[in-house]
Write a protein that binds this ligand. Structure first.
Ligand code: NAX
Ligand code: ADP
Ligand code: MG
Length: 281
């Protein structure tokens, strides 16, 4: 098991080319946020923007539009009932996140199936989308042409893998990830990452000050932005994103009892600047 370190982050976060433009640094679409859980999508979107994605689109229930732009005017918005626009944005995105706050009702299923049919580069499946996939054989049949990354917590992983928490051993987790033909970021105290390449990585940082709703939604935005903008070893880029999320939490936890997901997002730019120049925060 590769223990992820600061070195992985410093290898991934490169100085930007002078002639870069929005498109150089990747297009991300986040699909989630029903009328009751808009915050999940907003937290994923703000994390993607602040982690450096060139262009980020939030595809969500229109009830979330005002709140989104109050917080992240940089993000574009598509009403997730506008299926044509949704499919176009998903098809054109380098990285797609689906699931944060999406819910598991009929609308969510329709939206998720459109995403599965159109994602063709990298698709991060999180939250409600994992739960829907675990429970719906029709959705399971929609195998997208994209590289898949699941980001379950232990209960979502139990649903998808069929492995109880006690059965979630590295060997069984790795075998299930292979069966799913996907990378799996198994989120817990000591998050483990099972790459399709066979590489297994783990975190030895992070802690209970992260146990607030929205922390996983935020992680999807950081992963999406890193994968959309950085070139090179995709396994190391994903590892670096997961490390960054917890490393910022650890730094903030020095002065906090609880670290909020939005505070992690707010500290991404400074953290990435320091890691880019190999400076210690
Ligand atoms: N502000 C928001 O709108 C939020 C929306 N969220 C969305 O809510 C939907 C459901 O996700 P949830 O994870 O809340 O619900 P789930 O139905 O997936 O999980 C049920 C419960 O399992 C427990 N659980 C989670 N991780 C666990 C672990 N490692 N070990 C043991 N028990 C664990 C938690 O109490 C959780 O509420 C997702 O789409 C998610 O994105 C959540 O992210 C919370 C914040
Ligand atoms: N005790 C803990 N130790 C380390 N990391 C934690 C702890 N509690 C929560 N986390 C992290 O917070 C995130 C929780 O993800 P998730 O349950 O999906 O949150 P969300 O409420 O956004 O769906 C994961 O990245 C997990 O590793
Ligand atoms: Mg979650």
């Amino acid at each position: 098991m590769h223990v992820i370190t600061q070195k992985d982050v410093e290898n991934v976060i490169q100085k930007r080319i002078e002639t870069g433009h929005k498109g150089t640094f990747g297009r991300v679409s986040v699909i989630g946020g029903n009328a009751n859980m808009g915050g999940a999508a907003i937290m994923a979107v703000q994390a993607a923007v602040k982690a450096g994605a060139g262009l980020t689109t939030c595809i969500s229930h229109k009830a979330n539009l005002t709140a989104l732009h109050a917080r992240v005017p940089e993000a574009m918005f598509i009403d997730y009932f506008d299926n044509d626009a949704l499919c176009k944005s998903v098809f054109q995105s380098n990285v797609v996140v689906v699931g944060p706050g999406l819910g598991t009702d009929e609308t969510a299923k329709q939206v998720f199936s459109s995403v599965l049919k159109n994602a063709n580069q990298t698709l991060i499946i999180d939250g409600s989308a994992i739960t829907m996939l675990a429970e719906d054989d029709q959705l399971k049949k929609l195998t997208p042409s994209a590289k898949i990354i699941f980001t379950p917590h232990e209960i979502e992983w139990q649903r998808l893998s069929g492995l109880s928490q006690a059965e979630q051993t590295p060997a069984k987790n790795a075998a299930k990830a292979l069966e799913l033909n996907a990378d799996v970021v198994l989120k817990k105290h000591g998050t483990e990452i099972y790459h399709l390449s066979g590489k297994c990585s783990k975190l030895t940082i992070g802690g209970p000050y992260m146990s607030t709703g929205g922390m996983g939604d935020t992680l999807t935005g950081i992963c999406a932005a890193f994968l959309a903008q950085f070139k090179g070893d995709q396994d190391q880029i994903l590892d670096a994103a997961v490390y960054t999320h917890s490393d910022i939490a650890d730094l903030l936890a020095k002065e906090r009892y609880v670290v909020l997901p939005s505070e992690i997002a707010d500290n991404l730019q400074k953290y990435m600047k320091h890691r880019c120049n190999g400076q210690i925060l």
